[in-house]
Ligand binder design. Structure first.
Ligand code: F0G
Length: 457
């Protein structure tokens, strides 16, 4: 087979910024060992997130010029609405300025004290919005999903036995919603199978629990289904996507991922009453229901991006590019989550740095080492992001200590990715010299964004 090439050519470029190792040492110290506090022009290859960092197409830019900025009834809204209805089959579409705004509205209405929102794995903002409402978020990912080095085709699946047990224990009346995150970002960008979505749907339906899809990376998930699940290899991506959404009562979406947009999101659903409540809240917090905190031009860019993302040449290149990086690391013995996720690869920091205990945040230490060594920015998805404290202020660690290298869509070329693999492999060979970290300052919620840390000597 020939090399799978980038399915685009480049019309506009932007510079990336070179620094020396000494400069980066100093920058990291100034940023309190937190990549969120580093300025973007001090980063060479930015793999902090695939969110809002996509390169838009010439078609999307053309659409931006056609954006209708009318406050009410904008033609761009109707293009946006029609596109989402066609793709998902969900009739009621509510724009928001990003994914977490959709979550905030949904969980303000459905959450509350004494309630449980069940999921394969909730993303951090989703969990935070649930907890802020007083409800509890419960992750019930399948067993394979808990073992980073164990390859399996659908490690994002929900554990349906655990789901049934949980419903039995707590009672369906206390569970206002089940959320399936596709692909499962916090669990390694791993896909969820159609069979699993179908099974979760039937369990939820039997108990009258609505099912929503957190659809940020729906097209990547659909491509994995096409590649890996029996019966789907001949189906087109739009057909697979439509089937995925056919099992859901609604969805939340961050258009900053699989819509190639730099900002945006939406809620979509069947339930008229809930949609009306959402719109009422939208008007208070985001804007009128035909723009929802977005400019008309953003609505256009999203509508066009949502269609572009289902192109199979694009998805083949996209999924192949993460796999390519993952395979290079596996060949060099680097502990990496297997198989590669759709939008990112995840280093297993516990295995990478066995000399650093979890309460010294091995993931964050590795993030710092990758930055100093090669100017690469990544993010910890471990105990800094998800850790809690018990009554004695002792850390209750996260299940996994991962470092995510998220690949922005259509932004970096194969040589950038080759460079990334070289840096990771060099850091791995020199890993004994990496030191653990201690927190010196932190916020009560979503602390990883702003926490300040220092190395433990
Ligand atoms: N759900 C998932 C699965 C996500 O990955 C994200 C964002 C959101 C919801 C929230 O969407 O950012 O538009 O408010 N993930 C980004 C990331 C931030 O880096 O993984 P948002």
């Amino acid at each position: 087979m020939k090399t799978i090439i980038e399915p685009f050519r480049i019309k506009s470029v932007e510079p990336i910024y070179f620094t020396t190792r000494e400069e980066r040492d100093h920058i990291l110290q100034q940023a309190f060992y937190n990549p969120f506090l580093i300025h973007a022009d001090q980063v060479l290859i930015d793999l902090l997130t695939d969110s809002g960092t996509s390169a838009m197409s010439s078609n999307q830019w053309a659409g931006m010029m056609q954006g209708d900025e009318s406050y009410a009834g904008s033609t761009s809204f109707f293009h946006f609405e029609r596109t989402i209805q066609d793709i998902t089959g969900l009739p009621l579409v509510i724009p928001t300025h990003q994914g977490r705004a959709a979550e905030k509205i949904l969980f303000s209405l459905l959450g509350g004290k004494g309630k449980y929102i069940v999921s394969n794995t909730l993303f951090d903002t989703t969990r935070a919005n649930i907890e802020f409402s007083g409800a509890e978020g419960v992750d019930l990912v399948c067993e394979e999903g808990k073992h980073p080095s164990l390859p399996a085709p659908f490690k994002g699946n929900m554990d349906t036995v655990a789901l049934q047990k949980f419903i039995q224990e707590k009672g369906a009346a206390h569970i206002p919603l089940c959320v399936i995150t596709v692909t499962n970002n916090s669990g390694g960008g791993q896909p969820v199978s159609m069979q699993n979505i179908r099974e979760v749907r039937s369990i939820c339906q039997a108990h009258g629990i609505p099912l929503f899809i957190d659809a940020c990376r729906f097209a990547e998930n659909a491509y994995f289904i096409k590649q890996r699940e029996t019966g789907y290899s001949d189906k087109t991506i739009p057909i697979i996507v439509r089937e995925m959404f056919s099992y859901a009562d609604g969805c939340t979406m961050s258009a900053k991922k699989d819509a190639f947009a730099n900002i945006g999101g939406f809620l979509a659903m069947h339930n008229e009453v809930l949609a009306q409540q959402c719109r009422n809240m939208l008007i208070m917090t985001e804007g009128f229901p035909t723009y929802g905190g977005l400019a008309g031009r953003d609505l256009e860019a999203i509508a066009i991006g949502l269609t572009e993302v289902m192109d199979e040449h694009y998805l083949q290149y996209r999924i192949r590019s993460t796999e390519y990086l993952c395979n290079k690391l596996i060949a060099a013995g680097v502990p990496v989550m297997q198989p590669a996720g759709g939008h990112a690869i995840y280093l297993d920091a516990k295995e990478f740095l066995p000399h650093i205990p979890v309460d010294q945040y091995p993931g964050q230490a590795l993030v710092g080492a990758l930055y100093v060594h090669g100017g690469i920015r990544s993010v910890e998805i471990g105990s800094l992001m998800f850790g809690k404290y018990d009554a004695d202020k002792q850390l209750i660690p996260a299940q996994l200590e991962l470092v995510r290298l998220a690949i922005p869509r259509r932004v970096y070329t194969q040589s950038h990715i080759d460079y990334v693999s070289e840096v990771i492999i060099e850091v791995f060979r020199d890993r004994d010299r990496i030191k653990g970290l201690a927190i010196v300052e932190e916020a009560p919620m979503l602390r990883h964004f702003t926490a300040k840390l220092k190395p433990i000597q």
